[in-house]
Design a protein around this ligand. Structure first.
Ligand code: NAD
Ligand code: DAU
Length: 335
């Protein structure tokens, strides 16, 4: 299978590339990524020489630059490429609309023209909006996005659906809850709090710290996408979640405990505008129909993740300094 993976230099995309090369060495992976601030080839250094792996620097809104990739007879497109951080979307929505909506539509057009066998859109539970104290998001929960980020992802999901309904493009959409694990950019809750705690800096907790997220280890998400690629029924949406609801204070306290740092580092700051209170996923469809099971337990997974960041401080420093871009220029010439 020849697979075009977009956004493969980001957090989940790079974990997915590692996962696929390990689990399916017979497949060919073409990683198309424009290397925004969130894309980091350091995440893929261990696989860059693999004969069945190729990296191409390309923006998913650039149709003509993408065309030669599709001319290589792509079987499957997996679209991870996105602007992914809610806080940035509040400051600068334009790029979210451009990449997440226009970029997805550009890929859909090419997938249609070149008759790919499957198009998998990696989406998010945030398209469903927010939950109160009870209930779970199912695949039939109405879309009710609350941030510019989630609105742009919801727009993309509807385009994916439309290309299936209107043009018969074989698609799937996966909607996953919060991922944690190696290679996450330190603007997101877990790596940010680890970094701040290590430097004895304040840990900025939004609002009352009681917003709830449903945490899933990134490799379990990769496994779910792999199953959907191979066995997902055409046109279907699959929710993916770890059944690990934790509020933000619980997550932050675990990090402090594991690092032996005091709770006095916690600082309550102004809440995120439009901050969704609670996300929780009903993953029974992917479990029963595709036999997906998460392998990682949150309690051990979070400790393993904290240790990963501890033993990969050089990676973290490079990401923070943007030093990986120098490496890219050395490897691939001019940007
Ligand atoms: P990320 O921000 O870490 O990585 C995004 C990647 O996309 C980067 O490598 C970046 O360079 C690339 N990219 C951005 N704009 C691009 C463009 N115009 N053209 C080509 N490449 C571009 O994001 P992530 O956390 O790995 O998320 C990956 C996908 O999964 C996103 O679509 C996101 O919406 C979705 N998702 C994320 C989570 C999560 O918890 N992180 C949960 C559910 C769904
Ligand atoms: O639910 C899936 C989504 O999870 C993905 O679609 C997004 O791409 C991903 O970024 C993530 O969104 P969140 O907004 O849930 O993740 P974030 O790490 O930004 O925040 C997690 C929670 O922690 C949220 O309630 C806000 C809070 N928070 C976050 C930061 C960065 C803080 O309290 N302080 C912080 O400094």
């Amino acid at each position: 299978m020849r697979m075009l993976v977009t956004g493969g230099a980001g957090f989940i995309g790079s974990n997915f590339v590692h996962y696929m090369l390990r689990e399916h060495p017979e497949d060919i992976i073409i990683n198309a990524d424009s290397l925004t601030y969130a894309g980091n080839l350091e995440n893929l250094r261990a696989v860059e020489q693999e004969p069945n792996y190729q990296f191409v620097r390309v923006d998913i809104t650039d149709r003509e630059a993408l065309r030669p990739l599709f001319e290589q007879e792509i079987d499957v497109v997996v679209n991870f490429a996105a602007e992914s951080h809610v806080d940035r979307s509040i400051l600068e929505p334009d790029v979210f609309v451009r990449t997440n909506i226009l970029g997805t539509q550009t890929l859909l057009d090419l997938a249609k023209e070149f008759k790919v066998r499957k198009f998998v859109q990696v989406s998010t539970d945030e398209v469903y909006g927010t939950l109160g104290d009870t209930g779970l998001f199912s695949e039939t929960t109405p879309l009710a996005a609350n941030s510019p980020y989630s609105a742009s992802k919801a727009g993309a999901d509807l385009l994916v659906r439309a290309y299936h309904e209107t043009f018969g493009l074989p698609v799937n959409i996966t909607r996953c809850s919060n991922n944690y694990g190696p290679y996450q950019f330190p603007e997101k809750l877990i790596p940010l709090m680890i970094q701040n705690a290590l430097a004895d800096k304040q840990l900025p907790v939004y609002g009352d710290g009681l917003n709830v997220r449903d945490w899933l280890y990134v490799e379990d998400h990769c496994k779910a996408i792999d199953l959907v690629i191979r066995e997902g029924a055409t046109g279907e949406v699959y929710n993916v979640g770890g059944n690990n609801e934790r509020n933000n204070l619980q997550v932050v306290r675990t990090i402090l405990q594991e690092l032996g740092k005091p709770e006095s580092l916690i600082t309550y700051v102004t809440d995120r505008p439009g901050h969704d209170r609670r996300y929780a996923i009903d993953a029974s469809k992917i479990r029963t129909q595709l036999g997906w099971q998460p392998k990682y337990n949150y309690e051990s997974g979070i400790v393993e993740t904290i240790r990963w960041y501890l033993s990969n401080q050089a990676w973290m420093e490079q990401v923070k300094s943007g030093g990986y871009r120098d490496y890219y220029e050395m490897q691939y010439g001019e940007r």
